[in-house]
Structures are given as structure tokens and as C-alpha cells.
Design a protein around this ligand. Structure first.
Ligand code: KIV
Length: 290
């Protein structure tokens, strides 16, 4: 469906015309996996701004306000310095810019690991300030009690297992996980633990394909792959990565566009026109009424 937007100047809200589908809910996402199978894979992309959310919304089932915004938006070296304030501000923008997708906001490093109570405080703030429907946190067995605590208190949790970027220092880098038998078994145990704890879905990142397939088969909740397998219940990518914003990306990224080249071309032309005084031209100028 192609959607246009009318700006409501009193609220700065861009209202879509025609009004797209109703917003997807956590149970609706969960129901997409039935008797262990997901007929139509779930589509998820990251979004950090209202305008990006508007553009992605009708094409996606879920929008993830990922803490990858640390690197993508703020130029930080990793996701570790990302704050709750950042997640709340960007989460609220994405909820304002979307009508259809389920919006999930990442819990930043340090905001949930200490105790289930700390996680509840952070997650309830994220939900109250953004209007999102769910939060995502990294970790498997070690986070099971926290996932259970949040889920039982009305906070839907998406888990994130395999390559967990907030643990980059412990993992020693961003390499794919599951190459040793021990790691292989840990990933499967993590998946079962978070599903049993009540996670409504999970991201499986950077894991060997056979492990991703086993994980997907072994749990009842949707498994969203990134660097995992097409046999997962859905896929997620960082939008800027798939649009070709960066020169270097992980092996698992497919570039669907070369947005950085297009930006370069447009900015080169703009700079030339400013310097040659051909911009602004007659169409961009105001003249006195005759
Ligand atoms: O932060 C993020 O963008 C993520 C996805 C890559 C899954 O966690």
C-alpha cells in the first residue's frame, strides 16, 4: 500500500492517508508461529527517527529501536555508552512515526543487568515515555529470571541471544558464535531458557546456520535471525546497513541500495551550486507581489 502523509501542524504528527492497518500486537506476532512453523516470515528493521519509521512502517511487522543507534546515529564506538535517555527519545519518535508495526525498544547496557527490579524500573520508564509495546534485552540463561519478572508484570520482552553486542568485551569481538560444542550447547540452552521464562520472541544474532535452525525448531516463540538462517521465523537488519549508508558492514548484511553514493552526489551538486550562486534559483525565491 502506498501511503502519503499530511502534517497536522498543531501536533507535528504526520497522519497517514489512507490510514494503514491497525497496529500489530505482541499476541498477534506470537500467533504468527503456529505449531512450530511461521508461514510468512516476520519482517523487522531498525528505526531511530519518526521519518524513517513512517517510511518503513507499512512494510514491516516490527520496528526495533536498537541500541545500534549508538554507532549509527551518535558515532559511538560500541553500544555500551548508549543511555536510557537516548533510547526513550528515539523510541518516542519511532512510535510517533508509525501506526502499524509493533515497536520494540532496546534496553541499554547497564539498565537491566543488576536485578529484575532495576530492569523493571528501566523497562517501565521506556514503555511509559515512548508508548512502545515491548522491550528487548540481551542475554540467555542469566537473564531468564529478569525476563520472567518483567513478563509477569505486563512488560513483553524480546530476548537477544548468540552474538550479543553489549557483551563485546567478554566475547572478545563480533565474530559469529557457536563454533565450539560448548558454545553451540550454550546457545540452545539460552534459547530454551528465555522462551521458558516468557520472552514473546527472540533475536538470534551471528550464529552458525545449523544452530539457528535448531533454535528455531526448538522453541515455540518466533526467532528473528540476523546473520542466522532464512529458516528463522523472521529477519532483522539495521536499516542504514541495508540501505548502504556505511562502507564497511558485517558479512550478514545485504545492501539493497547505495544511499551513501546518492547522498554524496546530491551534496556535491548542492555545494557546486552554492559556490557558483546558481542556488537558490528563481523557484526558491520570494519576490514582492505585483
Ligand atoms: O541494536 C540493534 O540494532 C539490534 C539488532 C541488530 C538486532 O539489536
Amino acid at each position: 500500500m502506498s501511503t502519503t502523509y499530511k502534517l497536522d501542524t498543531s501536533t507535528s504528527r504526520a497522519n497517514p492517508t489512507p490510514q494503514p492497518l491497525k497496529r500489530l500486537t505482541v499476541p498477534a506476532i506470537q500467533r504468527r508461529k503456529f505449531e512450530g512453523k511461521t508461514e510468512e516470515p516476520l519482517v523487522m528493521l531498525t528505526a531511530y527517527t519518526a521519518r524513517t519509521a513512517q517510511l518503513l512502517d507499512t512494510h514491516c511487522d516490527m520496528l526495533l529501536v536498537g541500541d545500534s543507534l549508538g554507532q549509527v546515529i551518535y558515532g559511538l564506538p560500541s553500544t555500551l555508552p548508549v543511555t536510557l535517555d537516548m533510547m526513550c527519545n528515539h523510541g518516542a519518535a519511532v512510535v510517533r512515526g508509525s501506526y502499524h508495526s509493533l515497536v520494540i525498544v532496546d534496553m541499554p547496557f547497564g539498565s537491566y543487568e543488576k536485578s529484575p527490579e532495576q530492569a523493571f524500573e528501566s523497562a517501565s520508564r521506556i514503555m511509559a515515555e515512548t508508548g512502545c509495546a515491548a522491550v528487548k534485552l540481551e542475554g540467555g540463561q542469566s537473564m531468564a529470571s529478569t525476563i520472567s519478572f518483567l513478563s509477569q508484570r505486563g512488560i513483553p520482552v524480546m530476548a537477544h541471544i548468540g552474538l550479543t553486542p553489549q557483551a563485546v568485551n567478554a566475547l572478545g569481538g563480533y565474530a559469529a558464535r557457536g563454533r565450539s560444542q560448548e558454545e553451540h550447547e550454550k546457545i540452545l540452552a539460552d534459547a530454551k531458557a528465555v522462551a521458558d521464562a516468557g520472552a514473546f520472541a527472540m533475536v538470534a544474532e551471528g550464529v552458525l546456520e545449523p544452530i539457528a535452525i535448531s533454535v528455531t525448531k526448538s522453541v515455540d516463540v518466533p526467532v528473528i535471525g540476523i546473520g542466522a538462517s532464512p529458516q528463522c521465523d523472521g529477519q532483522v537488519l539495521v536499516t542504514e546497513d541495508m540501505l548502504g549508508m556505511f562502507d564497511r558492514t558485517a558479512r550478514f548484511v545485504k545492501r539493497y541500495y547505495n544511499i551513501s553514493e546518492n547522498i554524496e552526489q546530491a551534496v556535491t551538486k548542492y555545494a557546486e551550486e552554492v559556490r557558483s550562486r546558481s542556488f537558490p534559483g528563481p523557484d526558491q525565491l520570494y519576490q514582492p507581489k505585483k
